[in-house]
Ligand binder design. Structure first.
Ligand code: C2E
Ligand code: MG
Ligand code: MG
Length: 627
């Protein structure tokens, strides 16, 4: 008689089928079926035969339709169909299945294994389970005569089976550990994207197989202030952005794209293109598209905070290296793209192709960061003032506050080098508060000494404008010191608001409500989109010194300066020209009806005591022209 089959409902039936599928999956995952005999298993069957004193021992596995032995000791029992095998019945039990005398057991008395050449009368099989607990087969003892199997021996066999079970799992565990390790080694565990290591390997393979005339372009693309985003919005949002960017980048390149991401918010990409491609307009288009992946707003949904957040403050830096021009080793190309990218951080430019000189600059990048933090914490920063003169009256009308840092080891460090680092590291918030408070205290002092009415212009960056705590700080400081807010201007560059003009305007208006005014600094160097000027609530444009320096030699600069001044007038804005160094430049600017001028011609930035003297001397710009 075959195995007893009980009638089952269709629901039970499908649950059984489901469990059987999982069981088989687990069995196949061990990758042991139909493999050759192995000593590590035979050792157990030999030992069991001697311990339990039986003629036959099997390590038997139950496949979908058959029973198969991985190892046997003693009388050879052929592999059998599942429905006649003892083991097929055994795996329905929890721990152990014992048939003391098969001839006396209705279920097996007419079984061919019992009636045929094998003459099995005694069977005891302890269940072998898979790593997830599904029964896979047995460690079974057989004999050709009936036996009593004492409970003590049953326990012993179950323990024996546990040892065999461990042996069976070894391959599986090794394989999975290897896979886990590989995953940890080659993928970012939060985004599942390839990491730098895997990217390097793939790039190296591609470089090896590159066709002679092809270029391989490596892009290093960074989400600026990624650690801030993680801190402020949480890991879920930060990695939501990474995933969204990954999606956008893949859309940008509709070719085979190799892309990787690391924990610092940095993406690496490479593409293989025909020789000379990097000099074509199409390449420029790719760069524009890459940068534009940052500009569209990010709607990021974090599971715990549905319906999601909208982030518009993202900006990125891009560095590029090109093989063969910059090398033919993967590490070298990645390093160079990354150096170029970091040099963006320092200069604030949005994309750079690798050049040798960047490396030195980056070498001290991290050093500067920690020194700056120390300087801020220990009050080692200082402030300098550069007068701003009225072109019409010829008198001083304002002053720009500029940050100064004299490092005890490296001497004076230019704000051009440390402000972007302060910005990137978040130190700008403290630095900005220091500058604004100092400027307030000094203005109060000058006013007490009877200075002419002048405004103080303080430089700020996007991080400050978009921060409520900064706006509050400005308001409270002005109130505490009882200063007239209209004596203050905040200078901000176009790059600080260009990718989110509407939001910037909202924040500006909140500050303007207090009475403080805004200046667009370095006008003409950034996006110079005149269209937004109409809606921007600024009172003044400051023309960048690069235009002024060529004013008298370069017709184009002269024309541009003239146009900017006339346009500003039409829009009702004041214009300041900065970087005025010569009398000729001043004459040009006066002729163009520029409102105010600032530059070395009148004064370099001065420390506070010297600036106080400058104020007291009541300078007039005609002095400069007539000298
Ligand atoms: P900026 O705001 O455009 O400041 C004008 C820069 O031009 C100053 O450089 C000034 O010393 C320089 N300058 C003024 N007149 C002349 C001239 O006639 N010829 C030449 N060649 N240069 C002139 P500085 O002090 O090195 O500052 C560089 C930049 O660093 C500033 O440019 C500003 O963007 C940033 N910065 C300085 N202090 C601060 C600060 O407290 N906060 C922020 N956010 N940025 C600051
Ligand atoms: Mg400025
Ligand atoms: Mg400027």
């Amino acid at each position: 008689m075959g195995l007893r089959s009980l009638p089952v409902s269709s629901k039970e039936n499908s649950a059984q089928t489901n469990n059987e599928l999982k069981r088989l999956n687990e069995l196949y995952a061990l990758e042991v079926l139909d493999t050759l005999p192995e000593e590590r298993f035979d050792r157990y069957t030999r030992l069991a035969a001697s311990v339990f004193n039986v003629s036959t021992v099997l390590i038997s596995l139950v496949d979908s339709k058959r029973q198969w032995s991985k190892s046997f000791y003693g009388v050879h029992v052929p592999d059998t169909a599942r429905d006649v095998s003892f083991c097929g019945a055994a795996i329905a039990e929890e721990e152990i299945f014992v048939v003391p005398d098969a001839l006396e057991d209705d279920r097996f008395a007419r079984n061919p294994l019992v009636t045929g050449a094998s003459h099995i009368r005694f069977y005891a099989g302890a269940i072998l389970k898979g790593p997830n607990g599904y029964p896979l087969g047995t460690l079974c003892l057989m004999d050709q005569f009936a036996r009593d199997f004492h409970p003590k021996w049953r326990q012993c066999l179950v323990q024996f089976a546990k040892l065999v079970e461990h042996e069976l799992h070894v391959n599986y565990l090794l394989k999975h550990t290897k896979e886990d390790l590989e995953k940890a080694l080659f993928y970012n565990h939060l985004t599942d994207m390839p990491n730098r290591r895997l990217f390097t390997q793939r790039l190296a393979q591609r470089l090896d197989r590159r066709k002679e005339n092809d270029e391989i372009i490596v892009f290093s693309l960074m989400i600026k202030r990624f650690h801030h985003i993680k801190n402020v919005f949480g890991q879920g949002i930060a990695y939501g952005i990474v995933n969204e960017l990954n999606f956008r980048l893949r859309k940008t390149f509709d070719i085979d794209l190799n892309i990787a991401h690391d924990e610092t918010g940095c993406f690496l990409l490479f593409v293989q293109v025909p020789s000379g491609f990097s000099k074509t307009p199409s390449f420029q288009e790719i760069i524009d598209s890459l940068l534009s992946t940052f500009r569209k707003p990010f709607h990021v949904v974090e599971e715990s905070s549905l319906p999601g957040k909208k982030l518009e403050m993202l900006s990125g830096g891009l560095g590029i290296s090109i093989s063969p021009k910059d090398g033919d080793k993967a590490d070298e190309l990645i390093e160079k793209a990354s150096v170029a990218m970091h040099s963006n951080q320092v200069t604030g430019i949005t994309f750079k192709i690798y050049k040798e000189k960047f490396s030195n600059r980056i070498a001290n990048y991290f050093d500067v960061k920690s020194r700056l933090r120390h300087a801020l914490e220990h009050d080692h920063l200082d402030i300098a003032y550069q007068p701003i003169m009225n072109c019409q009256s010829g008198r001083i009308c304002g002053v720009e506050a500029l940050c100064r840092w004299n490092d005890h080891e490296n001497g004076s460090i230019s704000p051009i080098d440390f402000i972007p680092i302060a910005e990137e590291s978040g130190l700008i918030v403290k630095l900005g508060e220091f500058m604004f408070r100092q400027a307030c205290e000094h203005l109060q002092g000058w006013q007490k000494e009877g200075s002419p009415p002048i405004f103080v212009s303080v430089n700020i960056v996007r991080e400050q404008l978009f921060r409520e705590s900064f706006r509050l700080f400005v308001k409270q400081t002005l109130q505490q010191m009882q200063l007239d807010p209209s004596s203050f201007k905040l200078e901000i560059t176009e790059s600080s608001f260009i990718d989110n003009v509407d939001e910037a305007i909202k924040h500006m208006n909140e500050i303007i409500k207090m009475g403080v005014r805004f200046v667009v600094d370095d006008f003409g160097t950034g996006y110079s989109s005149l269209s937004y000027l109409r809606k921007l609530p600024v009172s003044t444009l400051k023309i960048d010194k690069s235009f002024i320096s060529q004013l008298t030699q370069n017709n184009r600069d002269a024309l541009l300066t003239h146009s900017i001044i006339s346009l500003s007038k039409r829009l009702g804005l004041d214009v300041i020209a900065e970087g005025v160094e010569t009398k000729e430049q001043l004459l040009f600017l006066q002729a163009y009806q520029c409102d105010q001028v600032q530059g070395y011609l009148f004064s370099k930035p001065l420390n506070e005591p010297d600036f106080r003297k400058f104020l007291a001397a009541n300078h007039h710009i005609s002095n400069e022209v007539n000298h």
